[in-house]
Ligand binder design. Structure first.
Ligand code: HEM
Ligand SMILES: *[C@@H]1O[C@H](CO)[C@@H](O)[C@H](O)[C@H]1NC(C)=O
Length: 431
């Protein structure tokens, strides 16, 4: 039911998007994207400079945001850079289709992962069809004039704390500690910079980043009395900040076909100038370096690839999979009772076994989706074209094909003892 509602939601949204010709993905593109993300077999990765070159000239020239004119930038350096280079709309407000397509073209994020992230952005932080990559924006820029905002007026990614944005981000501060969750804390960037080894492949770099990841988790525990780590934004989204840079911001080359993230490229993507250790952050100036190469065609970053990376760090530091938070004072981390939360379907003893962690986070992400009244949308679903079907199937197959114990719903009352959750139940941009 939940899976089918997710698929329907996606299908519905794509149908709606198609009603706006300028923002629709064309059928050929969707089919090509789907083929990419469903080719599971790992071939040897090559380097094709022509196919992998990412333009930073002409219509993709760097244009910084004009905040006074309403341009939006937020907690995601990938989306900020994509907007600055016109791979997604420059104003930082886009439809799911525009964002999925843009991050595929600019970074080689696979359709399945792009769709998964985009759906959640649209549902939790937008109006179902699209969203702002920064703060709230005037309704007119969003299709259907925000009438479908499901969780209140769309707050954008910056205002999605606990729904999407999470504590333990690598460079963005914990909301409660800094009063915002979307600007770079230069001291954190400096630690990240120090932890990133030069001249290694992306995989080796990612391995080397595990202690920094753990240190960020410990820092939240030790300093943030309202630290909260949820199944979706905590366990699933916050690790992205540790693997997306080496996987999707690294430059690809014949020497490093899977990429290697050098320090200058890293700084450029995080809007940092100056020489170590005297860094300066220029909010919104995330930039794709000139002469930069994305992931190989056929080697896009997929949901399975992402989950393997998440589990890699969890194996090194199992605490990174603990759901829970501090209970009002620093160093009071109390794990949530997984059995109670999942009504007996999972337990802390079996969560790290088999596919369970993956099943749990994907299903709880789904369980968190507001119920969509399929009845009301039924007539619209009838118009789904064959072009959009493979698109929704790509998401469905991942969610359905894991052989998961069935999680019916989450008992969210289990989270009430955490002030970081209780004070910010529906996402917030400040306490
Ligand atoms: C549909 C596409 C995407 C969506 C909806 C999205 C959304 C987000 C959100 C909500 C956060 C905040 C998470 C947190 O609080 O920890 C975030 C962080 C981040 N994202 Fe994205 N993202 C997308 C694509 C990308 C891509 C393609 C890249 C890289 C090329 C990227 C790189 C990052 C990084 C590095 C962070 C961590 C920032 C930090 O704290 O240092 N994202 N993203
Ligand atoms: C990326 O790698 C290519 C191929 O080795 C190289 O020519 C280019 O200068 C590199 N780009 C950046 C931004 O480092």
């Amino acid at each position: 039911m939940k899976t089918s509602s997710l698929v329907c939601l996606l299908a519905f949204a794509i149908t709606e998007v198609s009603a706006f010709p300028s923002i629709a993905l064309d059928a050929a593109k969707i089919e090509a994207l789907t083929k990419q993300s469903t080719s599971i077999t790992k071939k040897a990765i090559g380097f094709d400079p022509v196919a992998q070159y990412v333009s930073t000239t002409g219509s993709h020239q760097f244009v910084p945001p004009n905040f006074a004119a309403g341009d939006q930038r937020g907690p995601c350096p990938g989306l900020n850079a994509a907007a600055n280079h016109g791979y997604i709309p420059h104003n930082g407000v886009g439809t799911m289709g525009q964002i999925i397509d843009g991050v595929n073209t600019a970074f080689g994020m696979a359709l399945d992962l792009g769709a998964f992230l985009a759906i959640y952005g649209a549902v939790f932080d937008g109006n179902l069809l699209g969203y702002s990559i920064g703060g709230p924006t005037t309704a007119s820029q969003l299709p259907l004039s925000n009438t479908l905002g499901l969780t209140g007026a769309p707050q954008g990614l910056s205002g999605s704390h606990n729904k999407y944005e999470s504590d333990v981000s690598p460079t963005r501060g914990d909301l409660y500690l800094y009063g915002n969750d979307y600007t770079v804390q230069v001291a954190q960037f400096k630690q990240y910079y120090e932890a990133l080894p030069d001249g290694l492949s992306a995989s080796a770099q990612y391995d080397a980043l595990a202690p920094f990841h753990n240190a960020r988790f410990q820092d939240s525990k030790n300093r943030n009395p309202n630290f909260f780590y949820s199944p979706f934004s905590g366990i699933l989204v916050s690790p992205a900040g540790y693997n997306f840079p080496v996987r999707m911001m690294s430059n690809k080359s014949a020497e490093f076909p899977e990429g290697s993230l050098d320090k200058e490229t890293f700084k450029s993507f995080f809007a940092i100038t100056g020489n170590y250790p005297n860094f300066k952050y220029h909010m919104g100036y995330e930039r794709i370096p000139d002469n930069w190469y994305k992931r190989a065609i056929g080697d896009e970053y997929t949901i399975p690839g992402f989950l393997a990376d998440v589990l890699n760090h969890v194996e090194k530091y199992p605490e990174l999979a603990s759901i829970g938070g501090n209970v009002g004072k620093v160093n009071t981390f109390a794990p949530v009772d997984i059995t109670a939360l999942t009504k007996g379907v999972f337990s802390s003893a079996n969560l790290l076994k088999g596919n369970n962690l993956e099943c749990f986070v994907l299903q709880s992400a789904e369980a968190a989706l507001p119920d969509i009244a399929i009845g009301t949308l039924g007539n619209l679903l009838g118009t789904v074209t064959s072009a959009t079907k493979p698109f929704s199937d790509a998401v469905a197959s991942r969610l359905a094909g894991l052989g998961c114990p069935k999680l019916a719903s989450l008992d969210k009352n289990q989270f009430n003892k955490y002030p970081g959750y209780a004070n910010c139940k529906d996402g917030c941009s400040h306490y």
